[in-house]
Design a protein around this ligand. Sequence first.
Ligand code: GLC
Length: 550
Amino acid sequence: MTDEARWWQRTTIYQVYPRSFADSDGDGIGDLRGVIDRLPVLAELGVGTVWLSPFFASPQEDFGYDISDYTAVAPEYGDVETVRELIEVAHGLGLRVVFDLVMNHTSDQHPWFVESASSRDNPKADWYLWHDGRGRPGRDGRTRRPNNWKAPLDLTSAWQWSPVRRQWFLASFLPFQPDLNWRNPEVREAVFGAARQWLGMGVDGFRLDVFGWIMKDEAFRSNPFRPKLGGGDIVRLWRRDFTENTPDNVRLAKDLRAVVDEFAPPERVLIGEVFGSPDEVHEYLGDDDGLSLTFAFDLLEYRYSARYFRDLIARYEANYAAPRLPAYVLENHDRSRTIDRVGGDEGKARLLATMLLTLRGVPTIYQGQEIATSNTYLPLAGALDPMGRTFLPWMPEWVSRRIAERINRDEVRTPMQWDASRNAGFSTAERTWLPVNPEYPRRNVAAQREDPDSTWRLFQTLIGLRRALPELHDGTLRLLDAGRDVVAYERAHVADDGTIARVVVVLNFGAAPLTWAQAGEVLVASGPGVASTATTTTVPASTGVVLRPV
Ligand code: GLC
């Protein structure tokens, strides 16, 4: 394993959702041995870092994002020894490994919460965010909720009643995920202690689940009412001044950084799942003493238009000047697949992949994205995803499909499509935990590895180029003037001896071919028909190209 400083600035991250990646023991559920077996394929794809969604002990009500022991592994996935082996094998292949740290909440079945909820004066009474209600108790003994803080989608309150304590506890996500009280030093030590266990084992860092929500307002002030339409939340009624991205939360990033720095070298990476505009969330990076990276989530909400991406790139460039870098992401286990967002047009998905892997930023790929897997249509009625189960009864299917494609996250979590054999080569079980996407006989890794024009091969080529060229993994980015339907940028790098290396990326979002007034060697084209003459380059519709200008 190489110990080079700042390795994470040059890496490409690959997100594994362990439950759906590879099932080694035939129970229909993916596991860590399955991940170990498939690591060579990821090394062949060329990615540098593998981020694993949570595999810790959990009742799996939110499939691992509800942890009941931060230091143990859920038995269906393996055990601590398997984790050790996974890290070793990955490092042996030159891969880094990042775990998912869910600090905001635990499962309500975590022994900490069980104890905390048992009375008002137990030793862990203050480990979660308990609060008295307002007003006099009603007939059922309940008081009014302490304030107006909401669960996601702003549909329900974040407060849950405990008849035992006759108090409310905060659960910012779903009711079975109570929020920890991070102002309590014992909580900090307990969770930091678990992080240290994995760091000591050699994990290269953490992806930080809903990191922006952890430190809420100490005075529990209600959020200001201000309705807003559009964006990631579709409708938002309240600002989140007192629950999200608070100054105390930004400080927490520094405390966590100090913990991981105890273990450097190699430097460990902290990647924040933080929501907000780039001018807000870049604060988390501090003066190189906070998080290493924050996901650029605007990309999960994109409109497929050149103008949209030009503006977005400009905003991130302005707020993440070097050495800072955004972490760009088009897909994850919570949101729609790219191909479904672009009307099933694989050419457009390939153009977006070309952009993702040539921007100035750390790219993240979600398992299956490299073969352009589509969402698996699943009836909402049988949803396993607790988001689906909690919020779907509120809306008829046609509404939820239209306004909240992400509401049943099962659709983007179906088993990885490895080959054309039974269950897509994911599992030998009779039944897999979620059904396999029926497209798998045509769309799978094995078939695409054999096909030089496949999307898997395009990802492999782009990742390889990104690794090979300093202008791509280390260079500056300059947006170039281009037509309405075009995003174009130059990536440049000055070597120690003063020579400048340049590539130009031209992305034609339009429906007509483009004549780009620059000739060059075509390093990668996302589709057929790209041709360079002595002075121009033809870029067909919905095609991206990486050029070495001449
Ligand atoms: C994050 C995760 C999501 C999870 C939630 C609660 O948004 O990505 O999958 O359900 O946090 O932990």
